[in-house]
Design a protein around this ligand. Structure first.
Ligand SMILES: *Cc1c(COP(=O)(O)O)cnc(C)c1O
Length: 469
């Protein structure tokens, strides 16, 4: 390395941005930086949010949502696919359908709809939100909604009701019962295949209960309104190969199915695209979108069929990086013999607020919100403040680096990529309050959800006002 450069780094001190893996587009941390005072900041355009100042004002535990991150991610994804389709002479269209279950909060859904997302719902109550939005004329009637998940009678009735009002509602049929019940459905339908390919993910079960086998689909009689072939193979797929392989299998089936189902026009490859939670090298959407378009083009051209429209439902990929969760450290306890020196106890709960930590041993990227420019670091494990010994985070038995605590000064930490799934899974173990939710947009902070009071939580458990007196 040229001498000059070494000197420069020495003079500026350590590159703390790099040390905490911030400012890296491949890690989705390009918006984050550390100030020279060691405070974590987020940059929206040329506006800078200082998370340490925000948190001092609003307290912890707190989730901060950045809608501009959602918007940029969706815009980029649509641009990749549309550009590669154009460059490659691909004549099908690209559709992004946002899978609502990944995060149903209004402050996530509205920016995505305004960025052009169509929707995917998995239950009658999610579809009911679509109805509410539609009744309030909050979206264009051309928006298309895929309906997945087991179809209860009330779910099917709502599907029929919305279709009769001319909304584009496409139920995805997943079993014989639904096939039978929806045989007279007037709108377009889709069908779900349970592929043979297995993907590299926690969720790709040996025995999947959703969808038909390829053989069953090939044996179906002609259905005039069958427009979509769908599969969903799992979430947080670990390799690009495991994203592409099922697409190839599904496309092979699509080609064969066209003989009996000539009106088929869309291949919907579901969700599953992963997020680099651990900030290690990972596959990216730019390259994989190019590979997908090339694959579909080549297979269609070889088979002499029209290029199908492509629908993707990558939920986690779009929303996880748009939220951070911030806690205070309220206590330190030494650990005698382990990979970490101390427990840092936080004023929130992994089991309640970030339930996947407990459920699927989710790993998170964690950085200090203040004192992020100190060499006085300590290897720690984090403990939640519920009364449960499972309420902890050890980074898979390894450790988390955090600044040593200073007498009389609160240390805050930020957990990255918490925008996917954690909210709907959140719970009230030990009746702890859920974090406050802030929205940071256009340089302004709004409170989307206040911190729960003891009274409001008690009500959830039947302690209605006055009853217990
Ligand atoms: C859960 C789900 C998704 C979203 O999966 P991600 O891993 O978050 O991309 C998409 N489609 C269907 C049918 C789902 O059930």
């Amino acid at each position: 390395m040229p001498e000059k450069k070494t000197k420069k780094i020495k003079k500026q001190g350590k590159n703390w941005r790099k040390f905490w893996k911030l400012g890296v587009p491949e890690f989705n941390t390009q918006y984050f930086d550390v100030t020279k005072d060691g405070e974590l900041v987020v940059q929206e355009g040329n506006y800078i949010y200082n998370l340490n100042e925000i948190i001092k004002k609003y307290g912890t535990p707190t989730e901060i949502v950045f809608p501009f991150i959602l918007e940029e991610r969706l815009e980029d994804l649509q641009d990749y696919f549309r550009a590669y389709m154009k460059i490659g002479g691909y004549r099908g269209k690209f559709y992004y359908h946002y899978p609502m279950k990944v995060n149903q909060n209004k402050e996530f859904i509205m920016p995505l709809i305004s960025e052009g997302a169509h929707m995917e719902v998995g239950s009658v109550n999610e579809l009911w939100l679509i109805k509410k939005l539609w009744e309030a004329e909050k979206f264009h009637s051309k928006i298309r909604v895929f309906c997945n998940g087991p179809k209860t009678e009330t779910y099917i009735e709502l599907i029929e009701e919305l279709r009769s009002k001319n909304l584009s509602i496409v139920p995805i049929i997943e079993d014989e019962h639904e096939l039978d019940r929806l045989s007279k459905y007037k709108g377009d339908v889709g069908i779900r295949v349970n592929l043979d390919t297995k993907a590299d993910t926690h969720w790709d079960k040996k025995v999947d209960r959703f969808g038909f086998s390829s053989k069953e689909l090939l044996d179906l009689p002609k259905m005039k309104n069958l427009k979509v072939l769908h599969y969903h193979i799992g979430s947080q797929i670990n390799t690009a190969g495991s994203v592409l392989k099922p697409i190839e299998e599904a496309m092979n089936l699509y080609i064969k199915l066209l003989k009996n189902q000539p009106n088929l026009e869309t291949l919907d490859v579901g969700g599953g695209f992963g997020v680099p939670y651990e900030k290690k090298s990972f596959y990216g959407a730019k390259k994989v979108s190019e590979q997908i378009v090339k694959l579909l083009k080549k297979m269609s051209d070889n088979a002499g069929i029209k290029h199908p429209n492509l629908a993707v439902e990558w939920g986690r990929y779009i929303v996880a990086p748009a939220q951070v969760t911030i806690y205070s450290i309220i206590a330190e306890k030494p650990i005698p013999k382990a990979n970490a020196k101390s427990w840092y106890v936080i004023d929130g709960s992994f089991m309640n607020d970030l339930l996947d930590t407990w459920a699927i041993h989710q790993k998170w990227h964690i950085a200090p919100v203040n004192h992020a420019n100190t060499t006085a670091l300590k290897s720690v494990w984090l403990a939640g403040s519920s009364c449960d010994s499972d309420d902890k985070y050890t980074s898979g038995g390894s450790y988390v680096l955090m600044p040593k605590l200073k007498e009389g000064e609160t240390q805050y930490l930020a957990i990255f990529d918490t925008g996917a799934y954690q909210d709907a899974l959140a719970s009230h173990h030990c009746l702890l309050s859920s974090p406050t939710k802030l929205i940071a947009q256009d340089g302004t902070i709004k409170i989307a959800r206040k911190r729960e009071t003891a009274d409001s939580i008690a009500k959830l458990f039947g302690w209605n006002n006055g009853d217990h007196k």
